[in-house]
Design a protein around this ligand. Structure first.
Ligand code: ISJ
Length: 161
């Protein structure tokens, strides 16, 4: 129905926005010699997402694999940028601060949970919807395997009973 079509396109654009932010995150980390993986931050992202999921009427436990898949894709995107920049260094880099990127990530994650909850009101993910969603994910440096992992994790998300 039209409600789920709207939710699905919101879902794809929110996911794209989150993954496009990874260029700034990678640039900041490159400039400041910070590692891509930050496990303390990942713990915060997971617990915030669980809270937002519960708030939005989702089963928080079913959201965790999806958030993990999202963070794996986010790290893979950053590693690919860093690898490319070894051969072609960035000139006059001017990324926003990591704190500001993380604020945006937090808001996008909240948006993801409310959108997912709305979408799942009308049923579970159909094969066609997953195919369409996969075709819309177009952030630079996102691989086919990253997309497959994300889509698989999406199908595990349930509304709270
Ligand atoms: C995006 C970042 O890089 C990695 C990916 C994270 C994410 O996708 O939320 C969180 C922590 C890092 O392991 C970050 O450091 O904020």
């Amino acid at each position: 129905g039209s409600v789920s079509n709207v939710s699905l396109s919101t879902l794809s654009s929110t996911l794209n926005q989150r993954m496009v932010l990874m260029r700034d995150v990678a640039e900041f980390k490159a400039v400041h010699h910070l590692p891509v993986e930050d496990l303390a931050r990942e713990d915060n992202v997971i617990s915030a997402a669980r809270n937002e999921a519960a708030e939005a009427g989702l089963d928080p436990q079913t959201v965790e694999p999806f958030v993990h898949a999202l963070m794996n894709a986010s790290k893979a995107i950053q590693y690919r940028y860093l690898a490319d920049w070894l051969a072609t260094p960035q000139q006059g880099a001017s990324a926003q601060t990591l704190a500001s990127s993380r604020e945006q990530i937090q808001q996008l994650d909240q948006q993801l949970m409310t959108t997912l909850s709305q979408y799942l009101l009308t049923g579970s993910f159909s094969r066609d919807d997953l195919t369409w969603l996969g075709s819309q994910l177009n952030a630079p440096n996102l691989s086919k395997a990253d997309i497959d992992n994300l889509l698989h994790a999406l199908t595990q998300i349930r509304r709270a009973v």
